[in-house]
Design a protein around this ligand. Structure first.
Ligand code: FPP
Length: 253
């Protein structure tokens, strides 16, 4: 059971044995929305918003590390984003490489582990290469897990899980009566991860956009009108404080 205690200011401010007692969400997921509108407001091309958004990703990771969040899942490219104009798609798929080129040394220094969820194999070679390099380089780190949803769509993820389960049943590795919630979770991209405690969506939109439909069943949602490139530590902390005021009952009383 989670306890309500004063807000954890930073790792340094609190003895490590206290960390578990304070309701800092273990897993935060973010739908980083509003890059295009941010750019448009400034008379800039949409990709300028994505570039700014990339730097905000790094600052958000730093905040997550500071507040001792264990998993940060970021919706970086959805399986529906392929519908955007080709130059924007190409730009978005170059961003992981640019992000890692700029920030990987610092992420390594901060003990961050990088992982992805989504259809990795269908990404362009240059994206896969850069991200795989970062995954390999950080695989033994045990600090924050920075989990990029890349070419991710939740309905596809569920269909994929159903196919994998059916195949294992066909191959007699599994029987139908073993099927339960925890088994299904094991066949999702997020296998082994706790479900998000807190979902943040920026830019004023209040929808899930095919993000983590199974995993968000009991997640607390927090929406802000702030556009992703304007997201910062102060707003992140507002979300964390609001989370700490929630009462999570999981269907109980
Ligand atoms: C939604 O804003 C945002 C995206 C589709 C891309 C999110 C990507 C980043 C924030 C940068 C990713 C960085 C790394 C490190 C991979 P939108 O373009 O839909 O904005 P709009 O709704 O205002 O048009």
């Amino acid at each position: 059971m989670q306890m309500k205690l004063p807000f954890l200011k930073s790792k340094k401010d609190s003895p490590s044995q206290d960390n578990e007692l304070i309701t800092i969400p273990e897993h935060v997921a973010i739908i980083m929305d509003g890059n295009g509108r941010w750019a448009k407001k400034r008379g800039l091309p949409r990709v300028a918003g994505h570039k700014e958004g990339m730097d905000v990703v790094k600052r958000t990771v730093d905040t997550a590390v500071k507040y001792n969040i264990k998993i940060l899942t970021l919706f970086a490219f959805s399986s529906e984003n392929w519908k955007r104009p080709k130059p924007e798609v190409e730009y978005l798929l170059k961003l992981p490489k640019e992000f890692l080129h700029t920030y990987l040394p610092d992420l390594i220094k901060n003990n961050v582990r990088i992982e992805t969820i989504g259809d990795f194999d269908s990404l362009p070679e240059h994206t896969k290469e850069a991200v795989q390099y970062a995954k390999d380089k950080t695989k033994d780190n045990n600090g924050l897990l920075l989990n990029f949803a890349l070419n991710y769509g939740s309905r596809n993820e569920i269909i994929r899980a159903i196919k994998l389960i059916s195949k294992d049943i066909d191959d007699s590795k599994l029987s139908l009566d073993q099927l339960d919630e925890s088994l299904i979770s094991k066949y999702l991209y997020t296998q082994g991860l706790t479900d998000p405690d807190l979902l943040i969506r920026t830019s004023g939109e209040q929808r899930l956009s095919n993000f983590l439909l199974w995993q968000l069943a009991y997640t607390e949602f927090w929406f802000t009108d702030v556009l992703w490139p304007d997201f910062n530590e102060k707003i992140f902390v507002e979300a964390l404080l609001d989370y700490q005021r929630r009462s999570r009952r999981y269907g109980g009383i």
